[in-house]
Ligand binder design. Sequence first.
Ligand SMILES: [Zn+2]
Length: 280
Amino acid sequence: MLMGHCHLFPGGRGECRRDEFGIPGTSEHLNRFMKACGFDQANVLAPHEGPEALNVEARIEGDQDGLEWLLKQPFVGVEETSVFLPGAAIRPDLPNAEEKLARAIAAGVRVLKFHPLIMRSNPLDASCEPFFRKAAKARMPMVYHTGGGDWGWPTDHGRVGVCAELAGRYPGLPLLMAHCGVFGGVDEFEQAVSACESHPSLFLDATHAMLNVGKERWHWALERIGAGRVVYGNDYPWATVDSVSREVEFIESLGLSAEEHACILGDNLRALYLRARSAH
Ligand SMILES: [Zn+2]
């Protein structure tokens, strides 16, 4: 099973949060944590960079390159059999975005993370076009924060409607709508499902959006878009063995076939990973 949407960052959550697996947010910890949860692989996202990420825990200090750091961590590799499959967090509106993306592709990276509120970008702005065009050409799945959150940037950029607009502009770019539009006081779950119905390149990344969304709405969603469009993630290290087991039980309780179950718990993300054009 492949655990989606995990964060690693220098020093992790700190010595003060050490537990039986080590320090949460470090690769050694995630390796033990993931196994305790019954998973054998994880998709790990690079820490955020730059001054705008100052109030963010999953960040790298100064002008260091988050992806460069991530690729040096134990268990991280770009081969499909690697224990941790890396994702690059590149701010798309900066002049160096396309070049950073080219470097990530050359290194064999096949997943992207975009957080419009932390990165303080408007993804629909013309300055992002070269980046999105290149990402679409490489068919790299992009984990996209949807919903709100208090990062001092207009919540509108996290709206499901923006993902739908991007999906229309760049149909080759798989967008994994993290939190399914349900985050930080915003609830656009139904809109996220409808957007998936209209755009085959949209997926639901169910991070923080399983138990709080509930069985009834998930049944409704799965009837419409099927298990092939849902990816399990949990925002590690903001997850516990207990929260993961409750989420896995929740997925089991939805009455899916073994195959559909496996799709959500890793097969969908793996298929997107394999479909991305990599330099390796
Ligand atoms: Zn996250």
